[in-house]
Design a protein around this ligand. Structure first.
Ligand SMILES: [Zn+2]
Length: 574
C-alpha cells in the first residue's frame, strides 16, 4: 500500500466527504475530482510531529479539501512537489510586522511592505502582532486597515499592556497603579478583547511596564482570560534588565529566574495560558540558566499550569545590535543643547575620579551582559581596520583592557554617536538555545518585522531567515530536534497556544496556509553584514489558497486575513 499512515487514510475519507453530501458518491468521483491547486508527488509533514509521509494535497478556494493519492485528479494549477515536503504555513507568535505608527509594516501605504516579502519567503503565513506590550489604539482601527488595504500574511492582534498602562496612569507611570487605575486598565483590556485581540502582551523590561506589580498583571490577565484570551510576556529580565546599571540601581534587579517565577505565579493565580516569549538567558552571568528555567517550567506544567514559551534561533538579540558599552547615564550631557559630542561628554565625566570608577564598573558589567569581550564585534567605525573585529581582539592588539578599548571607541570613533561605533554582541549561549529548542512547549518565533533593502545594514538577519534557519542549523545540521518536531514548533504548537481551530495542521477542512520546502536546500541566507537576502529552499508558500511565494519568488499578493478568536476551545489533542 502506498499510504501507510492511518491518520492520513482517515483524512482522505474526510477530505472526500467535503466534496459532497454523499461520501460514497464522492469516493467514486474522486479520480476525476478537480481542485484549484493540486500539489502532487511530495511528502507531507503534517505539523503534528509525526514522520513525513507521501501524499498529494488538494486545495479548493481557501481550504485544504483532500490529502492522499490524488494522482488522477485535475486542477487549475498543479505543482509538482517531487523531492519536496509540504507543511502547514508557519505561525509566528512574536512578530513586529506591525510596529510603530500608522504607516508601519502591515499598515504601510506601500503594498510591497504590506505583502511582507521577507516574512512570507520564510514560509510564514500568520503573524501575531503587537508584542512586547505595545499595540496601536484602538486595535479596531488596526484591524479595519487590514481589511480595507489588504495584507500578505494573516494577522492576529494582541492588546499591549504598556499601551494600556500609559492610558490609565497618565503622565507619571513610574509607580504601582492604584485600584481605580487597575479597574480602568481592566476596562481597556475588555475593550481590546471585544475588538478582536487574542490576548494581552506585556513588555516588562520596558517603561512603563517595568513599574507594574505582579498583582496588577494578575488582575489584567484574569480579565483577558475571562474573554478567552492568553498572556504573552517579554520578561522583566533575561538575566539582568537592560535598564540596569550596578552603579545607579543598587545591588538588586529582577533576574531571569525571577521573571520566569512571576509568569508561573500568574498562570497559577489566574488559570490563564501564559507564554514566556523569546525565552533566553542573556549574558555571561546567566549562561547555563536554561537548566533551572526548564525545570521550573516543567514542574509547573506537571501540576497542570498552562505555561509555554517561544524562541528565535539566533544567539544575538535585537538590543544586542544597538550596544552602547558606555552607560547611558554617563553620556547624558550635563551641559545639554546642540548636537552632542559624546567624546567630549565622556571626557568631562572621566575627569571626575568618583564618576570614572562608576563608569568603568558599569562598562565591565555591560561587556559581560552583552556576551563578553570575545563575542562583541564592531560593525561600523571610522577606522576600517576595526570592522569585523571583536572587542577582545582589538584590546589585545593594542595592549589595553576591554574597558579601555570601549572608552577609546567613543573617544576616537563617531563622536556624535553614543558609544562611537556600531557593535553587536552575541549574548546567548548555543547550549541554552538548544536546550530550550528541544522542549516540546517551546514554539519558534521570529521577533522580527517587515523589512525592505532600503532599511539598511543594521537589520537583524532573523527578519529574513528565522524559520529556514531553525530547520537548517538546528534540526538538520545539529539534530537539536527532528525536522518534523521543528515543523511542529512553527505550526500546530503555536496554533495550540493561540487556540486556532483551522490552521497549523495539514488536514482536510483546514485553511490552505501551506509551505513547500526543499529540505536539501532550505537555509537562511541573511547575514549580519548583508541581511536583506531571502531564504533558500522555500519554493512555494500559500496563504488562504493564494500563492504568496511562487517558484521561490514573492508574488506580493495580499490574501491575508485579520483572524478572529474562535468562540470556544478547539480540539486539545495535538
Ligand atoms: Zn521582546
Amino acid at each position: 500500500m502506498r499510504y501507510v499512515c492511518a491518520s492520513v487514510a482517515g483524512s482522505i475519507l474526510f477530505g472526500l466527504w467535503l466534496h459532497g453530501s454523499d461520501p460514497a458518491a464522492a469516493a467514486v468521483q474522486a479520480p476525476s475530482a478537480s481542485y484549484d491547486v493540486l500539489i502532487q508527488n511530495g511528502r507531507i509533514i503534517d505539523g503534528t510531529g509525526n514522520p513525513a509521509v507521501r501524499a498529494d494535497v488538494g486545495v479548493r478556494g481557501n481550504r485544504i479539501v483532500a490529502i492522499g493519492n490524488l494522482a488522477a485528479a485535475t486542477a487549475v494549477r498543479t505543482v509538482d512537489a517531487r523531492g519536496l515536503v509540504i507543511t502547514p504555513g508557519f505561525i509566528d507568535i512574536h512578530s513586529h510586522a506591525d510596529d510603530g505608527d500608522e504607516n508601519a509594516g502591515l499598515r504601510h501605504s506601500d503594498p510591497l511592505r504590506r505583502a511582507a516579502p521577507n516574512l512570507v519567503t520564510q514560509g510564514i503565513t500568520t503573524v501575531v502582532v503587537n508584542p512586547d506590550g505595545d499595540s496601536p489604539w484602538p486595535i479596531k482601527e488596526q484591524r479595519e486597515r487590514y481589511v480595507k488595504d489588504r495584507i500578505g500574511p494573516n494577522a492576529i492582534q494582541l492588546a499591549g499592556h504598556n499601551t494600556i498602562r500609559r492610558m490609565a496612569l497618565g503622565r507619571d507611570p513610574r509607580r504601582p497603579a492604584t485600584g481605580a487605575e487597575i479597574e480602568r486598565m481592566k476596562t481597556l483590556v475588555a475593550q481590546a478583547m471585544a475588538e478582536g485581540a487574542f490576548g494581552l502582551s506585556a513588555g516588562l523590561e520596558y517603561e512603563p511596564g517595568r513599574w507594574s506589580t505582579t498583582d496588577e498583571l494578575v488582575s489584567l490577565v484574569e480579565e483577558a482570560a475571562r474573554h478567552g484570551g492568553f498572556y504573552i510576556a517579554h520578561e522583566r529580565s533575561a538575566g539582568e534588565p537592560m535598564w540596569y546599571y550596578p552603579s545607579q540601581d543598587g545591588p538588586h534587579a529582577p533576574t531571569f529566574l525571577d521573571s520566569v517565577r512571576e509568569n508561573i505565579e500568574i498562570a497559577e493565580r489566574t488559570g490563564a495560558r501564559v507564554v514566556i516569549t523569546h525565552i533566553k538567558a542573556r549574558g555571561g552571568r546567566y549562561w547555563g540558566a536554561s537548566a533551572l528555567v526548564i525545570a521550573a517550567v516543567e514542574r509547573a506544567r506537571a501540576r497542570g499550569l498552562d505555561v509555554w514559551a517561544d524562541q528565535y534561533p539566533y544567539n544575538t538579540t535585537g538590543s544586542d545590535g544597538q550596544i552602547v558599552l558606555i552607560p547611558e547615564w554617563a553620556l547624558n550631557d550635563p551641559a545639554g543643547g546642540g548636537t552632542p559630542n559624546y567624546a567630549a561628554v565622556l571626557e568631562r565625566q572621566l575627569a571626575d575620579p568618583g564618576k570614572a570608577a562608576k563608569i568603568r564598573g558599569d562598562i565591565t558589567f555591560e561587556i559581560v551582559r552583552r556576551g563578553e569581550a570575545a563575542n562583541i564585534r564592531v560593525f561600523e567605525h571610522p577606522d576600517p581596520s576595526y570592522i569585523g573585529k571583536t572587542i577582545a581582539e582589538l584590546a589585545k592588539s593594542r595592549g589595553m583592557t576591554a574597558v579601555d578599548l570601549a572608552i577609546e571607541l567613543q573617544m576616537k570613533g563617531f563622536t556624535t554617536r553614543r558609544g562611537g561605533a556600531r557593535l553587536r554582541g552575541f549574548s546567548l549561549s548555543e547550549t541554552d538555545m538548544e536546550a530550550f529548542a528541544s522542549r516540546p512547549w517551546v514554539a519558534t518565533s521570529s521577533d522580527a518585522g517587515v523589512a525592505l533593502p532600503a532599511d539598511g545594514p543594521a537589520t537583524h538577519p532573523r527578519f529574513y531567515g528565522t524559520f529556514p534557519r531553525k530547520l537548517r542549523r538546528y534540526a538538520i545540521e545539529r539534530g537539536t530536534q527532528s525536522v518534523e518536531e521543528a515543523v511542529r514548533s512553527a505550526t500546530s504548537l503555536p496554533a495550540r497556544i493561540l487556540n486556532l481551530c483551522d490552521r497549523g495542521l495539514l488536514q482536510p477542512g483546514y485553511r490552505a496556509d501551506l509551505a513547500i520546502l526543499d529540505l536539501d536546500r532550505v537555509a537562511d541566507r541573511a547575514t549580519f553584514t548583508d541581511p536583506h537576502q531571502f531564504a533558500d529552499g522555500v519554493p512555494y508558500v500559500l496563504v488562504n489558497g493564494v500563492f504568496v511565494v511562487d517558484k521561490g519568488k514573492p508574488t506580493h499578493k495580499l490574501p491575508g486575513e485579520a483572524l478572529s478568536r474562535p468562540a470556544g476551545a478547539c480540539r486539545a489533542d495535538r
